[in-house]
Design a protein. Structure first.
Length: 425
């Protein structure tokens, strides 16, 4: 009898131990969670672009918390023969072992609907952030095509006023005109750079005022300095002091490849347009003698930066987009690529740099490549190709959109814990 029941008991124990061992090996599960989180993140960007292509409201969500649990339990029932009056019951013996494994992650999807989040994605992308992105090595054409909404060239000379606006959209011939203008400006050094300027704070202080404020005698708290102006008897100007600080801001300007020989170059403008000299728009550190004025302001359409020169009263106004506007721009690009609106047209590709033609490409149907990002929307299959050779910048643009959106997240929008908890049996 012991020989018959021993294999059954051993089988039951082996099943239970293997179940516990399976639950305890969480490394493969963790990698699968990581892969699933990647797919959720990428598909969220692609779905929002497809919503924008249909001109529908966007939806931003975040996976705030993932909790995994797994348990293993087992039971074993064994029917033993009974001995009655020195005879064995004819029914024989039977065993019914069972093992139950259960588990799976639970996750929390958090819609990003706070006031602060929407204020962030509806405000123009800060020029300082775009400057940082350029310093990471991203192509200027990629950043500027995404971020710039329109460029206006104005000649305000008396009796010769003229203004031309180049819109970065896909209606009529706008995209081709804008792409050609932007390519020419970039070739001549259009860039974003951080600029510093000194700002005087507060009123002018006399010696009596200074002696009455001991807090000004030492080191000022936020890096300000106390500027001393000597008395000038000729102009009857008394001795004075004033607090000065340095303000840093980013702005558009021209930094040609060879500034020493750039003077006299013309901007890429229409033939019948009065062209200013390029050195009127040099970045400050290249031409401290040049008159360069920037006028950043926030409007309903974006952050307008004006490069103004005294030569011919000429100015260049550049209006940048918000994160939300960038998503809708990619949606219009997708709508034009999929030929869903005859009013939208793609421009021809440029031989160099990044053009709208290879900036972002969503494909519908067909057989996607192995590494493609795929999703289903409104009954159709869509995919974006992964192109390490950078002929197609789609995945690079998607990563950039993830970063720009995440910068507007707030910690209070997400659950307090984001750990993946695995509970072995």
């Amino acid at each position: 009898m012991k020989r018959r029941t021993a294999p059954i008991v051993a089988l039951s124990a082996a099943l239970l131990l293997s179940g516990c061992a399976t639950v305890s090996r969480f490394s493969a599960t963790e990698m699968e969670y990581d892969r699933q989180a990647e797919q959720v993140r990428d598909r969220a960007v692609l779905l929002n672009v497809l919503r924008a292509a249909d001109r529908k409201p966007l939806l931003f969500v975040d996976v705030g918390q993932v909790t995994g649990s797994a348990t293993a339990s087992g039971t074993g029932a064994l029917s033993l023969p009974l001995q009655i009056v020195n005879s064995i019951y004819a029914g024989g013996g039977s065993a019914s072992p069972s093992v139950t494994l259960s588990g799976g992650p639970t996750f929390a999807l958090t819609p990003l609907v706070s006031k602060e989040f929407y204020q962030g994605i509806m405000s123009p992308v800060p020029l300082s952030l775009l400057t940082d992105l350029l310093q990471t090595g991203l192509p200027k054409s990629l950043i500027f095509l995404l971020a710039i909404q329109r460029i206006t060239l104005t000649n305000a000379e008396p009796h010769a006023y003229r203004s031309i606006t180049y819109n970065n959209d896909f209606f009529g011939n706008d995209a081709a005109r804008f792409q050609t203008l932007l390519s020419g400006l970039i070739a001549q050094g259009l860039t974003l750079e951080t600029q510093s300027q000194s700002i005087r704070l507060g009123p002018v202080l006399s010696r009596k005022d200074l002696m009455a404020n001991p807090a000004l005698w030492g080191v000022l708290p936020n890096g300000e300095t106390l500027v001393h102006t000597k008395a000038d008897p000729a102009s009857h100007t008394p001795e004075s002091w004033q607090i000065k600080t340095t303000s840093t801001s980013a702005g558009f300007c021209f930094h040609p490849a060879n500034p020493d020989h750039a003077s006299g170059q013309f901007l890429a403008l229409p033939d019948d347009f009065a062209t200013p000299w390029l050195d009127s728009f040099f970045c400050p550190e290249l031409a401290p003698f040049a008159i360069i004025a920037t006028r950043p302001s926030v409007t309903h359409t974006g952050a307008a930066t004006r490069l103004a020169a005294d030569a011919g009263h000429f100015s260049i106004d550049i209006v940048t987009r918000s994160v939300e506007q960038i998503v809708y721009y990619l949606g219009e690009l997708t709508r034009a690529r999929l030929h869903e609106d005859p009013a939208l047209t793609l421009p021809p590709g440029l031989p160099d740099g990044v053009a709208q033609a290879n900036l972002f490409a969503v494909h519908r149907g067909g057989t996607p490549p192995r590494a493609a990002i795929t999703t289903k929307y409104e009954g159709h299959d869509y995919w974006v190709a992964d192109d390490p050779a950078a002929h197609d910048r789609s995945t690079q643009v998607m990563e950039l959109m993830i970063q720009l959106t995440a910068l507007n997240d707030s910690a209070k929008d997400l659950p307090s814990s984001s750990a993946v908890t695995l509970i072995p049996h």
